[in-house]
Design a protein around this ligand. Structure first.
Ligand SMILES: Cc1cc2nc3c(=O)[nH]c(=O)nc-3n(C[C@H](O)[C@H](O)[C@H](O)COP(=O)(O)OP(=O)(O)OC[C@H]3O[C@@H](n4cnc5c(N)ncnc54)[C@H](O)[C@@H]3O)c2cc1C
Length: 553
């Protein structure tokens, strides 16, 4: 062989100093804050085994499905080849694998089916945080199905027809008549072109058909995710005002609800595995849910359960980011030392880690409130306010967190195959849908005004750590003074809500996290925060924090 031919076949270099892939993990076992929080918030150790099984499952093949479902996004077929309307969305098989697995794990239903065991909301929150680390997009229809059940339950005849199907642990993606389909999924359609947050501006009109709760809906919806769901909760105007309706995709006789037409799918920043559509309603058949004119009051249960999942999903996303960042830094060296051992990097990783731990503890505490609320008035009051506070703050923290975690991987983090760009693109979504930032901040003020005891109940939770950390005590005193001042409260809404969220998070960490985590959080978030991640003050035990959050070899 000539010298030229030999040099073309020989490697020019050895691949080294690259981390091994982070696959084949038990995502639950790897996540110490989550494993600790599960027992505490569920009030039992009964769920542990199930969570470990789920952690192993979601840490394996679903990661590949997640990537595939994003590389091959859904395709809309408005018409068949003969010109008949079809209004169907075709998904890659990986999407269906994810959906089937999510339903099998009962991400869409666990608290509604596991009523005999305590802590089903907490267990579901932990399951969900494992699953979204493989892929977040498929959480959308599962969350909406989960969240629709409390609304439908309030309407006995609709509950009889739909709840057994919506809570079954089986996935059938075909559009079929309800009676031919033992399982079903539910979506929601509120947002219109002229108003999303302000749903009272909805123009979709509902015309009564027979006086027995049956209507025809005419109008449009500007965002309607997961349009292949079997039924949708839809808002539309009646003579009495905005009302809530259940709209099936297929009518009881097996024919399509032809007035439900999908116009196009959104070309979205992220969340690309999931289909989000624009729909026209041309006399679509629907049945009223709740009382006429009480649409917002009826659908609010769905909205609040969806907001809970925004918090849970945000915590899962942050955990995925921290796992990748700490793993990379543990296996990559620069300038003669492991990245994780270099003080400036340890500071960044620890700062990201305390944010993720705070989010995890918040999501799990909130989930417990959902478990307790049906039998406990105080838990109900806490749940209402804490959902809005946590939805605002935890979701708002995700984009910056994802960006910084991505940067920990250097150039590799900017490359699609690392999975970090997908996390980054998904990151802003939790804060936009189901109440964008300002809307959530204003909702907190509304909750405070609506229930006099709300603030006391919320602060009583934070006060459980009173006396344990002077910075938290000072923060709580400042917060109380801020809240007592009525001047320009709407202008100050975000700051006040941030104060409430930080009080809850710091209190949870002081009570339940290792001292290194709680100390760094109180120092950095309640003291003099730096503008970027990686600005924990000197003296923070970054080594202990990073070790806690790094997936073990
Ligand atoms: C990927 C995706 C999927 C979605 N899926 C669905 C779905 O399945 N079903 C559905 O019904 N909707 C869905 N939505 C819509 C989503 O819920 C809305 O986009 C969201 O509620 C905001 O409404 P909007 O877009 O009309 O914005 P607007 O209501 O116009 O708000 C614009 C901005 O103004 C702010 N704002 C609004 N009111 C005030 C105020 N009083 N004071 C100060 N600031 C204010 C908001 O915080 C926001 O930042 C989806 C959205 C996305 C991005």
């Amino acid at each position: 062989m000539s010298t030229l031919a030999r040099s073309a076949t020989e490697a020019t270099h050895e691949v080294r100093n690259q981390p091994p892939p982070l696959t084949g993990r038990d995502l639950f076992a790897d996540n110490a804050p989550l494993t600790e929080a599960l027992d505490r918030q569920a009030g039992t150790t009964e769920w542990r085994e199930r969570l470990h099984a789920a952690g192993r499952f979601w840490g394996g093949e679903p990661i590949v499905w997640g990537a595939l479902a994003n590389e091959h996004p859904p395709v809309l077929h408005t018409h068949d080849r003969f010109g008949h309307r079809r209004d169907e969305v075709e998904f890659h098989p990986a999407w269906h694998e994810l959906m089937a697995a999510g339903v099998r794990d009962q991400l869409h239903a666990l608290p509604w089916t596991e009523t005999a065991r305590p802590g089903a909301h907490a267990a579901r929150a932990a399951l969900y945080q494992c699953a979204v680390q493989a892929e977040a997009g498929f959480g959308c229809p599962l969350t909406m199905t989960f969240a629709a059940v409390p609304v439908l339950r309030a309407q006995p005849e609709l509950a009889d027809e739909w709840v057994p199907r919506l809570t079954r642990a089986a996935y059938d993606p075909e559009l079929k008549a309800r009676d031919e389909k033992p399982s079903a999924l539910c979506g929601m359609a509120m947002t219109e072109k002229q108003g999303g947050s302000d749903v009272r501006a909805n123009t979709t009109a509902a015309t009564p058909l027979d006086g027995a709760g049956e209507y025809e809906l005419t109008g449009h919806k500007w965002f309607c995710s997961a349009p292949m769901c079997d039924v949708f909760l839809v808002l539309a105007q009646t003579a009495e005002g905005l009302s809530c309706f259940a709209l099936p995709r297929v009518l009881p006789d097996g024919t399509r609800n032809a007035g439900f037409q999908i116009q196009r799918l959104k070309d979205k920043l992220g969340n690309r595995s999931n289909a989000s559509s624009e729909i026209e309603l041309r006399g679509a058949y629907a049945r009223m849910v709740g009382d006429p004119g009480r649409g917002v009051a009826t659908i609010i249960q769905m909205v609040n359960h969806t907001r809970l999942d925004c918090v849970i999903g945000a915590a899962g996303g942050m955990r995925a980011a921290v796992a990748q960042a700490t793993w990379h830094a543990a296996h990559r060296s620069a300038f003669g030392a492991r990245l994780a051992d270099q003080p400036a990097m340890a500071n960044v990783l620890a700062d990201l880690a305390i944010e993720a731990e705070a989010a995890t503890l918040t999501a799990m505490r909130l989930a417990r409130a959902y478990d307790e609320a049906p039998d406990d008035r105080e838990a109900e009051v806490f749940k209402r306010l804490a959902t809005a506070v946590a939805k605002y703050h935890v979701c708002k923290r995700v984009p910056g967190h994802a960006a910084e975690a991505l940067e920990c991987l250097g150039g590799n983090g900017y490359v699609e195959a690392s999975g970090m760009p997908r996390l980054y693109r998904e990151a802003p979504l939790g804060s936009i849908w189901e109440g964008s930032g300002n809307v959530m901040a204003l909702d907190v003020l509304r909750a405070l005004r609506a229930t006099r005891a709300a603030l006391d109940v919320f602060l009583a939770e934070a006060d459980q750590a009173a006396g344990a950390d002077a910075r938290l005590d000072a923060h709580l005193a400042r917060l109380r003074a801020d809240l007592a001042d009525p001047a320009e409260l709407e202008h100050r809404a975000r700051r006040v809500v941030e104060g409430l969220a930080l009080a809850l998070q710091a209190s949870l960490l002081v009570r339940h996290a290792p001292p290194a985590v709680a100390d760094a959080f109180c120092a950095a978030r309640l003291g003099h925060p730096g503008l970027a991640y990686g600005t924990l003050p000197a003296g923070s035990d970054t080594g202990a924090i990073v070790a806690r959050h790094t997936p073990p070899v």
